[in-house]
Design a binder for this molecule. Structure first.
Ligand SMILES: *Cc1c(COP(=O)(O)O)cnc(C)c1O
Length: 378
């Protein structure tokens, strides 16, 4: 069944007693036991809650996973996954990583003896060269942030299988609608559901999907032990968001493709990063492996002063962090989302003082282009 169709079905048959079409919000901390040593399947909401489980089962189905897990944020989800490793372990990670993930790795988990090598994971030779005897996993962003490089998951997966490494894919930018990392060889997929999955800039949430049932059991143990679970209200909002994932993604991508072309032709724009443009280095690979190119665009303006002008003058497009929602947002990665990346690395990656990142929403495309035009030319 098509992913868009499956997404609409989440939670649909949950409440057999009343036949409610949407899963109820089980706003309860605990559950009554029917008898001594008996359970309804739910005991305490950290360990399991029906609304959260509807989301967890739903996202597992979308990704073709054994199980899914929902957390209070994308960062909580990633932090939980790092508990699979122990002191002395080494991970190879995507170099143009989401700033918050980089901060979590470098400022927190290094204190517990983990080490990380940052490489261009769209380059399999670079990934292979970073292997160490203590390497236990490769952590990639399937489409990177903000420069939109696409990882060859099949090739990385072959390397991981040969070296007994876990492959963890942050698939936030693509979602199961466009790419299912577990089908391409990843063991675990992780999402900031705050972005495209929930999709309305109104909920902070994270989800994880795991292919192998035994590994999933471990992840569940960590989820329940640490307890950074998603509450029932936010689980419900995330389900509601996911139901429209297909139509939102279609519209956002279509808008992004047209805006990327418009930007590429504008005299004040010196560079456009969008994998849907044929000149993008990963265009062909993405065409092969992904159902689409997503709706994130990064671009450079011809002088720094234009950055502030655009951020202040866009009216429809809000100057705000985050991405993936129905409202278009624009941000300045160097001082915002990527401020926690070391300056040398930022410079090497091309995150500079003329780079802007645009998350394209579902508005009418012409309106968005006019907004950009008046901000750029005004
Ligand atoms: C936003 C984001 C995160 C962090 O998720 P939160 O929900 O903000 O905690 C992780 N990875 C990527 C790629 C993101 O865009």
């Amino acid at each position: 069944m098509n992913i868009a169709t499956q997404a609409v079905q989440i939670g649909l048959e949950w409440d057999t007693r009343t036949g409610a079409v949407t899963v109820p919000i089980y706003q309860t901390a605990t559950f009554r036991h029917p008898g001594l040593g008996q359970s309804t399947g739910y005991d305490y909401s950290r360990s399991g809650n029906p609304t959260r489980q509807a989301l967890e089962d739903g996202i597992a189905r979308l990704d073709g996973a054994a199980r899914g897990f929902a957390y209070s944020s994308g960062m909580a989800a990633i932090a939980n996954l790092l508990l699979l490793f122990k002191s002395g372990d080494h991970l190879i990670v995507t170099e143009d990583l989401y700033g918050g993930t980089c901060r979590l790795f470098d400022k927190i988990f290094t204190q517990y003896g983990l080490s990380f090598s940052y490489v261009d994971t769209s380059d399999i030779t670079a990934v292979t060269a970073a292997l160490q005897p203590t390497t236990r996993a490769v952590f990639v962003e399937t489409l990177t942030n903000p420069l939109l490089k696409f990882a060859d998951l099949r090739a990385i997966s072959a390397l991981c299988t040969g070296n007994d490494l876990l492959l963890i894919a942050d698939n936030t930018f693509l979602t199961p609608y466009l790419l299912r990392p577990l089908d391409l060889g990843a063991d675990i997929a992780v999402y900031s559901a705050t972005k495209y999955l929930a999709g309305h800039n109104d909920t902070v949430a994270g989800v994880v999907t795991v292919k192998d049932p035994q590994l999933a059991e471990k992840v569940y143990f960590h989820q329940n032990s640490v307890g950074a679970v998603l509450g029932p209200q936010d689980a419900w909002l995330t389900i509601r968001g996911i139901k429209t994932l297909g139509v939102r993604m279609d519209r956002q991508q279509e808008n992004a493709g047209r805006i990327a072309e418009w930007l590429a032709a504008h005299p004040r724009i010196t560079k456009v990063y969008y994998p849907g443009l044929p000149g993008h280095p990963d265009h062909a690979l993405m065409k092969r492996d992904s159902g689409g190119f997503g709706a994130m665009i990064a671009f450079e303006v011809d002088r720094h002063e234009l950055v502030e002008q655009i951020l202040l003058k866009t009216r429809l497009i809000s100057f705000a962090e985050s991405l993936g929602g129905v409202e278009s947002l624009i941000t300045f990665p160097e001082v915002q989302t990527h401020a926690d990346i070391p300056p040398e690395l930022r410079a090497r990656l091309g995150i500079n003082n003329v780079l802007l990142r645009l998350s394209v929403g579902i508005e009418e495309c012409h309106d968005l282009i006019e907004d950009l035009r008046q901000a750029l030319e005004g």
